[in-house]
Design a protein around this ligand. Structure first.
Ligand code: TYD
Length: 204
């Protein structure tokens, strides 16, 4: 089983990912997690360039391809082998993040990004992507020091939120939105009510 979690920065994704891992482990599943960009040697090098290198100019197409390069390596090196071993994979962001974040720039359309993503991932998509959704001001209050992407301002963040919701509407089989307001246990319960159905239908 392969799940991914996504959403704008500050929605509580990392906390919820950890709670979901624990829940699945309690059910006896072997779970591995990965984060994007990163989780391989190449991916972590790319992460440094994309998020923390403020010196190097990066064009939006180059940026998208770097995220994809990190993802291609992750699929080959980590995700596919884990799925073949029968493990459950929970990804902290996946292809949808590129579609939304790079698609909300001014030059790339989301269909092209899905297309490049098909090549990068060899067509491997999660059984389900959960999008945690919060109003911008609530998400902003949870942010720490901004990275390169987070520093792009409120209009961009508002566009990101809308794009996450619209992708979910266009691909309801693939992407589900979870309301991320409330306590972390309330959100975890909402997530579980969605994931439970997939767990039940997953033979592994
Ligand atoms: P994030 O999950 O927020 O990492 P952390 O919690 O460690 O800060 O991801 C880092 C940033 O990368 C985030 O602002 C979104 C951005 N991003 C993209 O723009 N495109 C992508 O394809 C991915 C995976 C992430």
């Amino acid at each position: 089983m392969f799940l991914s979690l996504d959403g704008i920065d500050g929605v509580g994704k990392s906390t919820q990912l950890q709670l979901l891992v624990e829940k699945l482990q309690q059910l006896g599943r072997e779970v591995i997690t990965c984060r994007e960009p990163g989780s391989t040697q190449l991916g972590e090098s790319i992460r440094k360039i994309l998020l923390n290198d403020w010196e190097t100019p990066i064009d939006v197409v180059s940026e998208m391809l770097l995220y994809m390069a990190s993802r291609a390596q992750l699929v080959q090196e980590v995700i596919m082998p884990a799925l073949e071993r029968g493990q459950t994979v929970i990804a902290d962001r996946y292809l949808l993040a590129s579609v939304v974040y790079q698609g909300c720039g001014d030059r790339l359309d989301t269909d092209s990004i899905w297309d490049v993503g098909r090549v990068a991932t060899g067509g491997l998509l999660p059984d389900l992507t959960l999008v945690l959704d919060l109003p911008l001001d609530e998400a902003a209050s949870r942010l720490g020091e901004p990275d390169r992407i987070e520093s792009r301002g409120d209009a961009y963040r508002e566009a990101l939120r809308k794009e996450f919701l619209s992708e979910a509407e266009n691909r309801p089989q693939q992407i589900q939105v979870v309301d991320a307001r409330g306590t972390k246990d309330e959100v975890a319960d909402r997530i579980w009510s969605v994931v439970e159905k997939i767990v039940e239908s997953d033979a592994r």
